[in-house]
Every structure is written in C-alpha cells, then in structure tokens.
Design a protein around this ligand. Structure first.
Ligand code: FMN
Length: 122
C-alpha cells in the first residue's frame, strides 16, 4: 500500500512452491484486517466450488482468482472447457447464495461463516 498498490492478492501460489505454508483462506483474515479497506484484497488457491468463492468473499476478499479449475477445463475441452468451468463455478456460487438465503454477492459477509477463533486477529 505504501508503494501505491491498488490491490493485493493473497496467494500461496497454489501450494506448489513451499509445502507447509498456510493455505490462502487461513491467511486472508489477517490481511483483510491489516488492509482496513484501503485497497482491494483478492485471493487464490483452492477455488474449486461455489462455496469456496463464497467463503473467501465472506471473510473479506473482493474477488477470487483460480488456476487449476479453469486449466482442467482447458485440458478437457479447450476454450469450451474453460467456458464450462467458469459456468460451473458461477452456477454453484448462485446455488450457494440461495442455500444461505443471501440475496446477492455484495451482501456476503462474516455473518454467513464461522471463522475459527484461532484464525482471528487479536
Ligand atoms: C501449472 C501451474 C503453474 C503455475 N506457475 C506459477 C508461477 O510461475 N508463479 C506463480 O507465482 N504462481 C504460479 N502458479 C500459481 C497460480 O498463479 C495460482 O496462484 C494458483 O494456481 C491458484 O491456485 P489454484 O490452482 O488452486 O486455483 C501456477 C499454478 C499452476 C497450476
């Protein structure tokens, strides 16, 4: 932020580089707390389902990114497979919102998740 970044991405590079590092969702609360809404916080790592997206947004991410989920679609069916992978995530996120009784993505917040006490920043 001091260098003028407009956003920060919380990522462990898909867990491919150092094993044993915290997973991205686990690190997210601390980063959100430190940023205090001054810049956007994005997150990637382990996004496979709509519930994964919803959890990250509830904890304070503005958006998520994904690597393998779309790459699997790409490997299976090229561009159409990427479209399908994105569609699966979109439909699953909408289903998750309905199951939560949450009217919109913008209204996802902490009230929809139980963040373990040990994750909270003191
Ligand atoms: C095949 C592959 C290559 C990657 N290469 C890099 C890389 O060179 N540098 C980097 O910072 N992250 C790299 N990543 C991590 C992605 O940028 C991204 O953080 C990660 O894939 C997100 O997690 P996900 O795959 O669970 O969605 C790579 C991921 C994959 C699957």
């Amino acid at each position: 932020m001091d260098e003028g970044a407009a956003a920060i991405s919380v990522s462990n590079h898909g867990g491919r580089q150092l094993d044993g590092v915290p997973f991205s969702l686990r690190a997210l609360p601390e980063v959100v707390e430190a940023v205090q809404g001054r810049i956007e916080v994005l997150m990637d790592g382990g996004i496979r389902r709509g519930t994964d997206i919803a959890k990250a947004l509830c904890i304070g991410a503005r958006a998520v990114l994904c690597g393998r989920a779309y790459a699997y679609g790409l490997a299976a069916a090229g561009e159409a497979g990427v479209d399908r992978a994105i569609e699966i995530l979109r439909v699953d996120l909408e289903r998750t919102l309905r199951l939560l009784g949450c009217p919109s993505i913008a209204e996802l917040d902490h009230s929809y998740v139980n963040v373990p006490k040990t994750w909270e920043v003191s």
